[in-house]
Design a protein around this ligand. Structure first.
Ligand SMILES: Cc1cc2nc3c(=O)[nH]c(=O)nc-3n(C[C@H](O)[C@H](O)[C@H](O)COP(=O)(O)OP(=O)(O)OC[C@H]3O[C@@H](n4cnc5c(N)ncnc54)[C@H](O)[C@@H]3O)c2cc1C
Length: 274
């Protein structure tokens, strides 16, 4: 199928994108497009039929990063492959870059953006799960100015966020982790480059007093698990999945519990992936 007809315009910067959205309000359905890797298929399937696409992919302010020593603020249009390649700094000592490399395949990573992935809010998406683990913040620009929110509050459901109609996601802020941080990563997918069927990431950073795991690919927003004390045994992990994700069937509980257990066990090893 082909997309329904739409107008297309390229925003000069994020403020211009907000102006264009505000000007269309009430008259035309305007939508931001970044890498088009999620929106493109939705247009072609006519799951979304905007009158106007506002392209932010080349906005200079969304393509930058700012490193203040404690945190890194990525512009929303930084691509997956820029994180993979180390074109932007990695606050996780290389782990973020490794995680980016496991998103889809290179052609998708070259165009897909961190911001687009978050706003699309697919519960199986890699960035959502990884950035929740890192307790990231999002920076949003609207007609009333800029606001900052915790990513955990920004995502309100599967494919749903609290982004207003005239708002643009401008940045994602991640705190630098200490050199003693350990990570666990377990993604199960039918084939390399496909969305996960089970996905769990975990971290322990003793210097920052952080310890948590995040479960994704569960048809609802990713779940944060703070108490990992029983997560590395089969029964403990299944009990945690049952209590955090009530109502899923037994095979799904086992699938997600294996991901949780392996990610948490990797924390006890060398800090690599599970
Ligand atoms: C074959 C294939 C395989 C894939 N596999 C994976 C995978 O394994 N893991 C994974 O995580 N992802 C996967 N993806 C999705 C990919 O990562 C997308 O790039 C990403 O989900 C969306 O980013 P985008 O920049 O392309 O956003 P777009 O498709 O351009 O936009 C997505 C949504 O976000 C909105 N949006 C975009 N940017 C902004 C902004 N700055 N402010 C406000 N709204 C904005 C758009 O309006 C739209 O609603 C896959 C995609 C394809 C095509």
């Amino acid at each position: 199928m082909k997309a329904a007809p739409f107008d297309y315009t390229r925003a000069r910067d994020s403020a211009h994108a907000v102006e264009l959205l505000a000007a269309a309000e009430g008259e035309r359905f305007a939508k931001i497009i970044a890498g088009g890797q999620s929106l493109g298929p939705m247009l072609n399937l006519r799951l979304s039929e905007p009158d106007l696409l506002v392209d932010v992919r080349t906005c200079p302010d969304l393509r930058r990063y700012h490193d203040d020593g404690e945190t890194i603020l990525y512009g929303a249009a930084v691509t997956h492959s820029e994180v993979e390649d180390g074109t932007v700094p990695d606050p996780c000592h290389g782990w973020l870059s490794e995680a980016a490399r496991r998103i889809a395949y290179r052609a998708v990573r070259n165009r897909g953006t961190m911001g687009g992935s978050i706003v699309h809010a697919d519960p199986a998406a890699d960035w959502l799960v990884i950035l929740l683990l890192l307790d990231a913040e999002v920076v949003i620009l609207g007609s009333e100015g800029t606001r900052t929110a915790a990513l955990s509050g920004f995502v309100t459901g599967p494919f749903s966020t609290d982004l207003g109609a005239n708002e643009v996601l401008v940045g994602i802020r991640i705190a630098r982790r200490s050199s003693h941080v350990r990570y666990g990563y377990r993604k199960t997918a039918a084939k390399v480059g496909e969305f996960a069927t089970a996905f769990c990431v975990a971290l322990v950073d003793p210097e920052r007093g952080e310890s948590r795991a995040v479960l994704g690919a569960i048809e609802r927003p990713p779940i944060v698990i703070d108490d990992l004390s029983h997560a590395s045994t089969a029964t403990g992990a299944e009990a945690l999945v049952n209590s955090h994700v009530p109502g899923i069937d037994a095979p799904s509980v086992r699938l997600h519990a294996v991901a949780l257990r392996r990610a948490v066990r990797a924390l006890e090893g060398s800090g690599g992936s599970g």
